[in-house]
Unconditional design. Sequence first.
Length: 97
Amino acid sequence: MLLLAIPNQLSHPRVGLVIAKKNIKLATGRNRVRRLIREAFRLQQANIPSVDIVVLARKAVADMNNEEVFQCLTKLYSRIGQQHANALAKANSSSAT
């Protein structure tokens, strides 16, 4: 899975999904991945800064079970939060000098 994030001007994060038929053939598989992405986002939403996130599902996601997908997404969402915090700290330290 690939996550792309960019800061937004809202007070909450947003998520967008790209799940190509080329990568996950059956509609039931694509819908399962959509549900898992949305649920992981809902549970982690309080820990995610105000960013717009696009989740690109790859072929490997179809072979993962629900728990593996959920753990992967939780890890990626927390990483976005850390990177955003680091970017803010870096911007604040450079503007202070």
